[in-house]
Design a protein around this ligand. Structure first.
Ligand code: NAG
Ligand code: NAG
Ligand code: NAG
Ligand code: NAG
Ligand code: NAG
Ligand code: NAG
Length: 534
């Protein structure tokens, strides 16, 4: 009882003082902001831009690095994502000390408290180590995020040119979960060159050194949005340890959804995820219209684990494969793209063999292997975050990145400063985040960002003694509280589950009439889907 009241109070508190991080802040989407090229919203604590009166930050010109990019993208001035975020804004909040956020209303990762002076330390755990109430709470949080409109962010549904250089803004509301799907689409989409021309060989978050830092930040932001939404400040994304897995052991109705008995490409009706609608999955269609994804529902999540092309991906990654990746001493090498040999990043991403480190276009291994294996929504880059398995998968990929960082303790200089593919240099600001973050900022140990992985703690006894033990002792003192939180979690699950299925049943009825083509048989939708090069 006390727990639930506390949770409710915390929720209200966080809701009132929230601010945050992510994509286009609602407060910066007006024509006034776009024409002025300024995104310095007031902080709600004192209503001054960037919380300036409280010493949180100030509105500053953006200084862009002039380090050259690699030859992969032979254009300039054709894509809104070039020199991010300079097409949209040339002034943003620069926050002081431990403050962060588009209006400096948040704390840097690893800090919390009203003045961001308290250290925060969170542990990401294996989904199989969660208790049933914890696991149900996680599923309920996902559901809540899927159905709650983001209070802080909107998505652009047109390019800067289509907005007449900002004078006619085109932005739209989006739910918190779909905001992240949209960001992953936007960062990996093709360049629209006008007429029927597109350029496919561009990606601001994949196939280059930024792959690992970008997804690390993406998960941190996603975690933070869930913490804010639910008031559960200690929430962490669970991971799926797929080493040596023989099949998709999280693909059950208890976890991420089993097979639909009537159609193996769909999720079982008993899974909460079977009623989800995906967005931003039809890249070819947007390309042919020279348009951006606008968040319109595009049918159910598709997944048929193990029904994939076995010649491309003969097996899921093994423990030995992971060890081989970790034995590669170079973070990046050569062309720093998917042709790179002996590159830790390229091998972990899955474009090079986990037996030799040599790039191989005919194979999809490691990280890519899991995407291909799922044989559906996960298998094409832009829309893959629609399937919540994405989160569990990328949390584990991030843990391997973390192991590599702990093994080699690389200084910043190890991350390429220049000549990486566009958007991937150390000082480049990562697309499409506002506030601004550089690739190099996330080339540091997760401990410095306030989190760790449970399976990495066990093997590190000094750290455990010094840091985790006192933390756990503190946690044991608040166990009655945690029990309360777990109870609230299960009630929330039940209520949300009921509500969602009610709402979705109604919606599904409409959609089955409107969206027939997406529920076609196997072969038909394969030809409709954008085929990625994972
Ligand atoms: C920022 O953009 C505005 C509007 O286009 C322009 O007037 C201003 O000179 C720019 N400032 C910088 C530092 O580029
Ligand atoms: C936070 O900082 C403000 C301004 O420096 C101060 O007045 C306030 O007492 C601080 N609050 C806490 C909880 O430290
Ligand atoms: C937008 O700006 C570009 C470059 O400054 C210019 O060439 C173009 O004519 C402008 N378009 C509109 C609709 O104002
Ligand atoms: C599923 O796998 C088959 C080969 O087994 C492949 O032809 C098809 O493109 C895959 N579908 C998706 C959506 O990945
Ligand atoms: C990677 O190694 C293979 C095999 O030795 C070689 O053919 C290829 O040219 C190398 N790629 C690069 C980018 O150096
Ligand atoms: C989060 O963990 C900290 C440290 O154990 C604890 O003090 C705090 O009460 C927890 N908060 C919630 C909402 O569980």
């Amino acid at each position: 009882m006390r727990g639930s009241m506390l949770l409710a109070a915390l929720y209200c508190l966080l809701w009132n003082f929230q601010t945050s991080v992510g994509h286009f802040p609602r407060a910066c989407a007006s024509s006034k902001n776009l024409m002025k090229k300024e995104c310095c919203p007031p902080w709600r604590g004192d209503w001054s831009p960037c919380g300036q009166f409280s010493g949180r930050g100030s509105c500053q010109d953006i200084l862009l690095s002039n380090a050259p990019s690699g030859p992969q993208f032979p254009f300039t001035g054709v894509d809104d994502r070039e020199s991010w975020p300079s097409v949209f804004y040339n002034r943003t909040c620069q926050c002081f000390g431990n403050f962060m956020g588009f209006n400096c209303g948040n704390c840097k990762f690893g800090f919390r408290g009203p003045n961001c002076t308290q250290r925060q330390f969170l542990v990401r755990r294996s989904i199989f180590d969660l208790s049933a109430p914890e696991k149900n709470k996680f599923l309920a949080y996902l559901t809540l995020a899927k159905h709650t409109t983001s209070p802080d962010y909107v998505i652009p549904i047109g390019t800067y040119g289509q907005m007449n250089n900002g004078s006619t803004p085109m932005f739209k509301d989006i739910t918190i979960y779909d905001l992240f799907v949209w960001m992953h689409y936007y960062v990996s989409r093709d360049t629209l060159l006008g007429g029927s021309e597109i350029w496919k060989d561009v990606d601001f978050a994949h196939e280059a050194p930024g792959f690992l830092p970008w997804h690390r930040l993406f998960l941190l932001l996603w975690e933070q949005e869930i913490q804010k939404l639910t008031g559960d400040e200690n929430f962490t994304i669970p991971y799926w340890d797929w080493r040596d897995a023989e099949n998709c052991d999280i693909c059950t109705d208890e976890y991420m959804g089993g097979h639909n008995p009537a159609n193996p490409n769909l999720l079982s009706p008993a899974s909460v995820f079977s009623s989800w609608q995906i967005v931003c999955s039809q890249l070819d269609e947007y390309n042919s219209r020279q348009a951006l994804c606008n968040g319109t529902p595009e049918g159910p999540i598709l997944r048929n684990p193990g029904n994939h092309d076995k010649a491309r991906t003969p097996r899921l990654p093994s423990s030995d494969d992971v060890e081989f990746c970790l034995s590669l001493t170079q973070y990046e090498s050569g062309s720093m793209d998917k042709a790179a040999n002996f590159s830790f990043r390229n091998t972990l991403e899955g474009f090079a063999s986990p037996l030799t480190g040599i790039a191989d276009v005919s194979q999809s291994s490691m990280h890519n292997a899991l995407h291909i294996y799922m044989n559906g929504t996960m298998s094409q880059v832009p829309g893959s975050a629609n399937d919540p398995i994405f989160l569990l998968h990328h949390a584990f990929v991030d843990s391997i990145f973390e192991q590599w960082l702990r093994k080699y303790h690389p200084p910043q200089e190890v991350y390429p400063q220049a000549n990486a593919p566009i958007g991937h240099n150390r000082e480049s600001y990562m697309v499409p985040f506002i506030p601004l973050y550089r690739n190099g900022d996330f080339f540091i140990s997760s401990r410095d960002l306030g989190y760790d992985y449970s399976y990495l703690l066990e093997s590190d006894s000094d750290f455990f003694q010094d840091y985790i033990k006192p933390y756990l002792e503190e946690a044991s003192r608040i166990w009655p509280w945690l029990l309360g939180a777990a109870m609230v979690g299960s009630v929330l699950t039940a209520v949300l589950g009921g509500l969602t299925s009610l709402l979705c049943r109604r919606k599904r009825k409409q959609l089955s009439e409107e969206r027939q083509p997406l529920l076609m048989e196997n072969e038909d939708y394969h030809s409709l889907l954008y085929q990625s090069h994972l």
